[in-house]
Design a protein around this ligand. Structure first.
Ligand code: MN
Ligand code: MN
Length: 345
């Protein structure tokens, strides 16, 4: 079945300047209905998870999905380092938002779980825009359930470990999702790898719990000493030590607040975008990424849209790496073909 035609006026708006037309992610086709996933057969579906009632400091990440979708001055055409046109190689759709009711964490998380499930169980990669970090619990659980529990490792970029037992009495806080994912068995503790931790939280006993689970983590201190390339190389090996599939979770506060002021719990001394974007690229090139989220973008505290732009480019690194791998696969197939044809003669 051929993919649907885009009507001419919509096509003209999508091909026009970035600031006009539908406010989907980088102006890709926007769809709303589950059956449209069947007709479009996308490689990647962007989903908004606009929920932020689990934050513990500055709120506002519920406005993140809208901001991140449009935080680009043009539609990305050509990745200069990877030499690939992501939107030519891949079919990407914007599958709208999970309908998260404010103030109801259970229903909000259920909505995220269901929408991500609809995508992940069709073998489509969900690219989820938060929302606070609590949404990683339903999102990564949906991906783990789709691919099979135990088959999924997580690479988690964050200033914070988010492995507390509870926060102000809330077990579904943005400070607890990684603990819930491990406790539930959705992700094995030893394949949960964290990059960029720093500052003054969580307390010592939480790190003891993490050690007991076999979790691995890489502090900013280690990145400062070894450099990001070596740390990513180690993190990939740890995350893939068993599982064959990876979920990437990016809390934008892994960036230094100078680059990402628009976030709920900024912690000085973080990564630069130069390093984060390459780190995501390397993880996506070296593993099979089956889901990703970027969370904690709070536009009200984001002068000059720096934070939203960085989040937008995090997704673009994933898309570009997936595109580069597909093109490489096609080249290899083309190279193999004549050899097999020769063998047949
Ligand atoms: Mn954080
Ligand atoms: Mn976080």
């Amino acid at each position: 079945m051929a993919r649907p035609e885009i009507p001419p006026s919509l096509r003209a708006q999508m091909d026009g300047p970035a600031y006009l037309g539908p406010a989907t992610f980088c102006k890709v086709v926007g769809i709303t209905e589950e059956e449209e996933l069947e007709r479009w057969r996308p490689d990647v579906a962007v989903i908004g998870a606009p929920y932020d009632d689990s934050t513990t400091y500055r709120p506002g990440a519920r406005f993140g999905p809208r901001a991140v979708r449009v935080a680009n001055y043009q539609i990305p055409e050509w990745h200069l380092d990877l030499e690939v046109a992501p939107f030519e190689e891949l079919v990407v759709v914007d599958y709208g938002d999970a309908v998260c009711p404010p103030g109801d964490v259970l229903r909000a998380h259920q909505a995220v779980y269901e929408r991500v499930s609809q995508v992940a169980r069709r073998g489509i990669v969900p690219a989820v825009i938060g929302g606070d970090h609590s949404i990683t619990l339903p999102s990564a659980t949906a991906v783990a359930d789709a691919v099979g529990r135990g088959r999924l490792g997580v690479v988690h970029f964050d200033a914070h470990a988010d492995t507390a037992a509870e926060s102000f009495g809330n077990p579904l806080s943005h400070g607890t999702p990684m603990r819930r994912l491990i406790e539930s068995g959705a992700v094995p503790g030893r394949n949960f790898v964290q990059i960029g931790l720093r500052g003054y939280w969580p307390p010592r006993e939480v790190f003891e719990w993490m050690r007991d689970q076999g979790m691995r983590w890489h502090l900013m201190e280690e990145i400062w000493r070894l450099g990001i390339a070596e740390v990513v190389r180690r993190a990939v090996a740890e995350a893939m030590d068993g599982p064959e599939l990876i979920y990437i979770s990016v809390d934008i506060d892994v960036l230094d607040p100078g680059f990402a002021p628009g976030t709920g719990t900024p912690e000085p001394g973080g990564l630069s975008p130069v390093d984060l974007l390459r780190a995501i690229r390397q993880v996506a090139l070296r593993t099979k990424v089956v889901g990703m989220d970027v969370v904690e973008v709070a536009p009200a505290n984001d002068p000059a849209e720096l934070t939203a732009q960085n989040a937008n480019r995090c997704f673009m690194e994933l898309l570009s790496a997936l595109a580069a791998k597909r093109r490489q696969g096609q080249r290899l197939a083309a190279l193999r073909e004549p050899v097999e044809a020769r063998r047949d003669r």
